[in-house]
Design a protein around this ligand. Structure first.
Ligand code: C2E
Ligand code: MG
Ligand code: MG
Ligand code: MG
Length: 282
């Protein structure tokens, strides 16, 4: 009797598992064609100077506009793209599109802003990275100093010596390097000093904790002071409230980014934001 029940249960769950597997296979198959079907788009989120309120840069954030599923967030398909090896062509497309868009905005007289682009681990260590960055700069005509590449701590700490080599070559091209989600990884301070980087981005979890009291606030203050003592610029991510902004301004954070100013928006909407010149500051 128990055996029979077990078997029934098994039969009951089996189709559901198949459905999940099928859905994943379907998404994998669709992702393979997303680029050529023009389903990938970049959204842009402004980076704002803490003191002046001027928009000084933006971060390009990838979106997949799936014909059936709607907008798919990168959190759910970037790692799949990594596993499938698709991150290399997709990543190259992101760099190229971001450079072309930034140059188009500069030529349209919308100002000289810096464009930040996220790199994935496989992209960072892949053999094509330097070439695809150089190609994107050449094709777009964008000056390298207006391109910033965002890496995470784990990407550079995994193999410190080869990371330093890659970073040096990127710096020779003239691009800027930022460490994203700073504070969540395990980078050691002695290594941090050796990396040729320009920017630390304070992870949004610490910014969210500012209001909760001493600990979150203390971490934010120490990252700002660490960055400045290494002569790096510091950007806070995930700024959502006027209180967080006031705290960051008081403690000398250089730039801020978050829903308080704007969500990531499509290119047209971003043009309207730039045209307004600045983001509302409390
Ligand atoms: P990230 O680079 O740390 O980007 C910040 C994420 O926080 C973005 O999520 C952004 O929309 C979100 N965010 C911005 N302001 C706020 C705020 O005030 N509050 C909150 N709660 N969230 C905020 P998104 O766009 O879903 O991207 C998630 C992650 O996916 C990114 O984290 C990045 O690691 C990765 N990613 C996005 N685009 C690309 C890409 O083109 N290539 C690669 N390799 N990774 C990408
Ligand atoms: Mg980022
Ligand atoms: Mg981040
Ligand atoms: Mg992140």
């Amino acid at each position: 009797r128990a055996k029979e029940l077990g078997r029934n249960n098994y039969q009951f769950y089996c189709p559901a598992m198949n459905a999940r597997t099928l859905e994943r296979l379907r998404i994998e198959a669709d992702l393979r064609h997303a680029l050529e079907r023009n389903e990938l788009v970049l959204h842009y989120q402004p980076q704002v100077d803490v003191l002046s309120g001027a928009i000084v840069g933006m971060e390009a954030l990838l979106r997949w506009e799936h014909p059936v599923l709607g907008v798919v967030s990168p959190a759910s398909f970037i790692s799949l793209a990594e596993e499938m090896g698709l991150i290399i062509p997709i990543g190259a497309w992101v760099i190229r599109t971001a450079c072309l868009q930034n140059m188009a905005w500069q030529e349209a007289g919308l100002g000289k802003l810096r464009m930040a682009v996220n790199l994935s681990a496989r992209q960072f260590t892949g053999k094509d990275l330097l070439q695809s960055v150089a190609d994107a700069l050449e094709e777009s005509g964008l000056a390298a100093r207006y391109l910033e590449l965002e890496l995470t701590e784990s990407m550079v700490m995994n193999d410190v010596d080869s990371a330093i080599t890659i970073l040096r070559r990127l710096k020779e091209l003239g691009v800027h390097i930022a460490i994203d989600d700073f504070g969540t990884g395990y980078s050691s301070l002695s290594y941090l000093r050796r990396f040729p980087i320009d920017v630390l981005k304070i992870d949004q979890s610490f910014v969210a904790d500012i209001a909760l009291g001493a600990d979150g606030a203390a971490i934010v203050v120490s990252i700002i002071s660490l960055a400045h003592s290494l002569r790096l610029k510091v950007i806070a991510e995930g700024v959502e409230t006027a209180e967080q902004l006031a705290f960051l301004r008081e403690h000398g954070c250089d730039e801020v980014q978050g829903y308080f100013f704007s969500r990531p928006v499509g290119a047209l909407e971003f043009e309207h934001l730039i045209a307004q010149g600045r983001c509302a500051m409390a």
